[in-house]
Design a protein around this ligand. Structure first.
Ligand code: CU
Length: 495
């Protein structure tokens, strides 16, 4: 089928705090001026986001035989998921078990669907995103262009003067799986259902940023900017790095990514990385600052997805290097000033003495959920593929699952995440989880996430607490063609 995209009626977030928005699922046409990415939704905690979703895709073709739940199907039927938001998953909220079909007959009007997502007052501020999540067509629609950023504003990080002052740049990375005709292959062959095939980089297609191939960004020497990375691709990791192209001899250091938030939640400190790993579904907010040469030479850098050997890659196949964007550093240098443009990095400084680090720490205290200190039980998730079965806990997805994972509201569990076959990014809706990772210095660091890569044979331990929202939702693999083929599980939170 043709690429489909989400056209929107502009940015959200102006005026009243009940934010109405209309988005339309439509086939992408060359004459469209809208890019192959949805509009950015800017919202605040306590907002009620109302979405009028118009499904303007053509009627579903009548199936020749009965459709199997775990075969890709229903490509013109959609819905919407607000990835990472801590919101209700039932009714007309963030309900991915609801289907929003197109009109039945060509002559019918396009159907409208009303969605209302209420953010709690204490919702973390940060970088989130939305995409369709209709089982059977999720991968096809997401890799067709139906993706957009959600920015929750007004939290602790946003109130830090230097960050408020910094230019905010959103990067929605997409891997649009078009074929030589500019269409999406409904057989899912373009996704490489055979694990040994079709690494994204070998296909020759390019990762886009906000719907553009190889865009150029401009920044002044010494200027601090906040870059919000969203990995909205389907089956290829991004290992981001900044590489000098033409550069003054005086500058030898490679600029780093100074990470301040992960999956929409403030870190409480700054982690400086030369290479930043983003798996499908991940977000990372980083501060960047390029050196200030003593002479006014223009500096040029490339944002690169570096080559990855099979052992380290998502799908166990070598990934070639991909150049994603150009960064031109030019203009008058911005002076370093602790209140408006602090010098990065700060990590080795003393948090108690350094004002900027202390503010990052305060932002976490204000925004992030309180640490999980009490564990009430234990849960287990096992990913496995026994071709053609894509399974979690030994069964493929069943929307009427007789044994859903059942959790108790207000309780917290430790989860063990395992994979018996291949690597899979685990994603769970509604509540984020705590995870201990290694910081750039190799020390343990407790962070919040909603998506985490689980490698075959390497068990991961997370902790999650179930606040505010009872109801049914899902956990799944964020290689979305795995999800469409059954790697998803019903979860329910009961009171
Ligand atoms: Cu998977």
């Amino acid at each position: 089928m043709k690429l489909s995209t989400w056209a929107g009626s502009g940015e959200w977030g102006v005026g009243s705090r009940e934010l109405g928005f209309s988005i339309c699922t439509e086939l992408f046409q060359k004459s469209n001026i809208s890019p192959i990415v949805g509009p950015t939704l800017r919202v605040k905690p306590n907002d009620l986001i109302t979405i009028n979703l118009i499904n303007a895709l053509p009627p579903e073709p009548k199936p020749e035989q009965e459709i199997s739940m775990n075969k890709p199907h229903g490509f013109n039927t959609t819905n919407i998921h607000t990835h990472g938001l801590h919101v209700l998953s039932t009714g007309n909220s963030d309900n991915v078990l609801k289907e929003m079909p197109p009109k039945e007959k060509e002559i019918d009007p396009d159907p409208n669907y009303n969605i209302g997502v209420k953010l709690p007052l204490n919702h973390p501020s940060g970088t989130f995103w939305y995409h369709p999540h209709k089982h059977g067509s999720t991968a096809l629609q997401v890799s067709s262009g139906m993706v957009g950023a959600i920015i929750v504003e007004g939290g602790g990080l946003d109130e830090i003067p230097a960050i408020k002052n910094a230019k905010d740049q959103i990067f929605v990375f997409q891997q649009i799986t078009y074929d030589t005709k500019g269409e999406i292959d409904e057989s899912y062959n373009g996704f490489g259902t055979d694990l040994n095939q079709s690494a994204w980089s070998l296909s020759g297609r390019q990762t886009t940023i906000n719907g553009q191939i190889y865009p150029t960004l401009r920044i002044k020497p010494g200027e601090m900017q906040r870059w919000r990375f969203i990995h909205a691709g389907v089956r290829d990791a991004l290992n981001l790095s900044l590489r000098p192209v033409s550069i003054s001899k005086r500058i030898r250091t490679q600029p780093k990514f100074h990470e301040i938030a992960i999956d929409g939640i403030a870190l409480g400190t700054i982690d400086s990385w030369s290479t930043l790993e983003l798996e499908p579904g991940y977000r990372s907010d980083v501060l960047v600052q390029f050196p200030s040469p003593k002479n006014p030479l223009v500096q040029e850098y490339e944002l690169v997805d570096i080559a990855t050997p099979p052992k380290k890659s998502l799908l166990g196949v070598a990934e070639d290097e991909e150049i994603l964007a150009k960064v031109i550093v030019e203009g008058d240098a911005v002076p370093l000033n602790d209140d408006t443009n602090p010098e990065l990095p700060r990590k080795e400084k003393d948090k108690n003495k350094d004002k900027f680090l202390a503010k990052l720490f305060e932002a976490k205290q204000k925004d992030a959920p309180p640490d999980i200190t009490r564990i009430d039980g234990r849960q287990e998730v096992l990913f496995d593929i026994q071709f053609p079965k894509f399974m979690i806990n030994s069964t493929p997805f069943d929307i009427n699952d007789p044994n859903p994972i059942t959790l108790q509201l207000k309780k917290a569990d430790e989860w063990v995440l395992k994979s018996a076959s291949a690597n899979h990014p685990f994603h769970i809706h509604v509540n984020p989880f705590q995870y201990t990772r290694k910081d750039p210095n190799g020390n343990d660091e407790v962070i919040w996430r909603d998506t985490l890569l689980v490698r075959k044979g390497k068990d991961e331990i997370i902790k999650s607490r179930y606040d505010l929202f009872p109801g049914k939702f899902v956990l799944h693999c964020h290689i979305l063609d795995h999800e469409d083929q059954g790697m998803m599980k019903v979860v329910q939170i009961i009171e």
